[in-house]
Design a protein around this ligand. Structure first.
Ligand SMILES: Nc1ncnc2c1ncn2[C@@H]1O[C@H](COP(=O)(O)OP(=O)(O)O)[C@@H](O)[C@H]1O
Ligand SMILES: [Mg+2]
Length: 573
């Protein structure tokens, strides 16, 4: 190839990648607009379907782009010089965009696929953050609007709600405005509220739509989320959240991603960080539906963390997995999960099946109860950062996925998740009140999962984690299934004395049979906690409960799972 040909091919290649990126953004925006229509039409099944479908867009476009580039570049597809030129031509095209960081991640996705890059390669990838994260004040100016409270809080709330009025209107606009204003004044101080600042676009997810921003009071700002529902064909305010923890739980890593206009993602992220300063930036991108860029940010944060600390990856505290090998850096808030080469008896599942289960969770409504696992390939770390016992375990148990050399550890495939405290460990150190609260929330978690068509499979305490907000989250996915995959059964009555004395079941048990009456003894809770569970959740131990949940699924009923406490709902007369 001639130098000029090279030049031409690089420009063509860059244009192809940019086109694909633009298609991605267009599709993303189409889904965002559609979320509003689903909300207005109360089309909840459609909204769930959109959540799953949107997750395919990126990979589909990336795959087609790779094919297209193969055709264009032919034997030069893996020519690094061509790619260096392409990278710079691409940067010229996307540099001025307000979402240039997403554009860069998209480019990286393409080159990683073509080169099967191990670690990172700065010739082929954008390795530093694209757009400089805007200063929070500037970000607020870009993505939020101010509503002055000079004429009263009620007046400001009224204007805010009007500004976001949907085609179906409010059921009781002035009543809602009064109730929201009352909560704001009560919690932030009467006569002290100067204004409200809210992101210009609504956040849609499942059955909810959220106004997100902050209340400016004399002494400090308060995070603000106003939850809107459409229960009757008209919009009503369901809850007002003014607390960092409450807002943070709405944006949790255990939920599906929002549908929100993100023409200026960096500015929205920067704004959201000011109201949820503890939430990692990567998780915020992910919550906005930009999960690929969320991974990029997570990975950069990890590398930076590693560069500034010196502790070692070690086997994660708690019970060892039979399927997953789990490790973590004590100083970093994530765990790394690798599928073992072999699974101990009695596990009969396969690697493909385990990955299928993780994929199911990725696309399913996580209901605030299933941890989001991000999948990574070809990560490279410094071997010195791994403890000897972890290295031994990786080599013995995961040699098909992990390559250890003199100076590096390369992970061919790994899931990362937020680190939590395994419930079995948590209960060992919990106060009586904390333990009771955890056991009650364990039952609530099973209910929330059942209401979203999920049976977790392995209900043991060690498979649930406790978050910093004290919420119970499930993370062991290899036996997780949808309710229709399970056959919930009553234990048949013993036929005779011999049956009664038998420690083994005397009846045939098929692989998908589930006996809810056995759950409680199986958990091995101390007696007092068992009683706490029974007092609120005895029905979970009956097949009838699960049959009812299956019935709901068959009827296409989408559960109301509110991501905030009952106490934050506004009182109605
Ligand atoms: N997100 C997490 N935070 C903290 N510890 C975890 C997390 N995920 C897993 N673990 C720990 O790793 C163990 C094994 O992980 P798990 O997902 O249950 O795999 P397995 O299917 O092999 O049991 C758990 O029992 C727990 O101690
Ligand atoms: Mg487990």
């Amino acid at each position: 190839m001639h130098a000029t040909d090279d030049h031409h091919a690089a420009r063509r290649g860059a244009a192809i990648i940019e086109d694909a990126f633009l298609s991605y953004i267009k599709e993303f925006q189409r889904f965002t607009l559609q979320a509003r229509l689903r909300f207005e039409a109360r089309d909840w099944l459609g909204a769930l379907q959109d959540s799953a479908d949107r997750l395919d867009v990126y990979n589909t476009l990336a795959r087609h782009t790779v094919e297209h580039l193969h055709d264009l570049l032919d034997e030069h597809t893996r020519d690094k010089d061509a790619w260096r030129a392409m990278k710079s031509a691409y940067l010229d095209r996307v540099n001025d965009r307000t979402d240039s960081e997403l554009a860069e991640t998209f480019f990286n996705s393409i080159t990683r696929r073509i080169f099967v890059t191990v670690g990172v390669d700065s010739d082929l990838e954008f390795i530093a953050a694209g757009a400089v994260p805007p200063d929070p004040l500037e970000a607020a100016g870009d993505v939020a609007e101010d509503f002055s409270c000079a004429a009263g809080v009620r007046d400001a709330v009224l204007r805010l709600l009007r500004r976001h009025e949907m085609s179906i209107g409010y059921a009781d606009l002035s009543g809602d405005a009064a109730r929201v204003a009352e909560v704001i004044e009560r919690d932030c101080g009467r006569g002290t509220v100067d204004g409200i600042q809210a992101v210009r676009s609504l956040f849609f997810r499942n059955k909810g739509a959220y106004l997100v921003g902050r209340v400016r009071a004399r002494t400090r700002d308060y995070p603000l989320a106003i939850a809107l529902l459409n229960q009757t064909g008209r919009v009503s305010v369901d809850a007002v959240l003014l607390d960092e923890d409450d807002v943070s739980v709405v944006f949790s890593f255990t939920r599906s991603y929002f549908f929100v206009d993100a023409t200026r993602p960096a500015a929205i992220v920067s704004f959201l960080r000011t109201i949820m300063p503890r939430k990692p930036v990567g998780e915020i991108y992910t919550a906005l539906g930009h999960n690929k860029h969320g991974k990029t940010v997570f990975y950069r944060a990890l590398l930076q963390h590693i560069a500034t600390t010196d502790d070692q990856f070690d086997i994660a505290p708690g019970a060892r997995g039979m399927v997953m090998l789990v490790f973590a850096l004590p100083s970093f808030d994530a765990v790394f999960k690798i599928i073992r080469d072999r699974f101990a008896y009695p596990k009969t599942t396969t690697r493909e099946d385990v990955m299928g289960r993780y994929q199911l969770v990725f696309k399913h409504d996580r209901a605030g109860r299933l941890v989001d696992a991000q999948e990574f390939e070809h990560l490279r770390f410094d071997r010195r950062r791994f403890s000897e016992r972890l290295l031994r375990e990786l080599e013995a148990e995961a040699s098909s996925t992990v390559t250890v050399t003199d100076d590096s550890v390369v992970l061919k495939h790994v899931y990362t998740e937020r680190k939590m405290t395994p419930l079995d460990l948590y209960l060992q150190n919990a106060s009586g009140a904390e333990a009771r609260a955890a056991v009650l929330d364990y039952g609530e978690a099973l209910r929330d999962l059942a209401a979203t068509n999920i049976f977790p499979g392995d209900l043991l305490l060690k498979n649930f984690g406790v978050t910093r907000h004290g919420r119970l989250i499930f993370y062991d996915y290899d036996e997780l299934c949808t309710l229709d995959e399970c056959n919930f059964r009553k234990i048949p009555p013993p036929r005779n004395e011999e049956d009664e004395m038998s420690s083994e079941p005397w009846y045939y048990v098929a692989p998908n049979d589930v006996f809810p009456e056995e759950f409680l003894p199986f958990l091995g809770l101390p007696d007092t906690l068992g009683q706490v569970f029974l007092a609120s959740h005895a029905e979970l131990l009956t097949p009838e409960f699960w049959w009812r949940m299956q019935e709901q699924q068959r009827a296409g009923i989408v559960a109301d799972l509110l991501p905030y406490p009952q106490a934050r709902r506004i009182a109605r007369d």
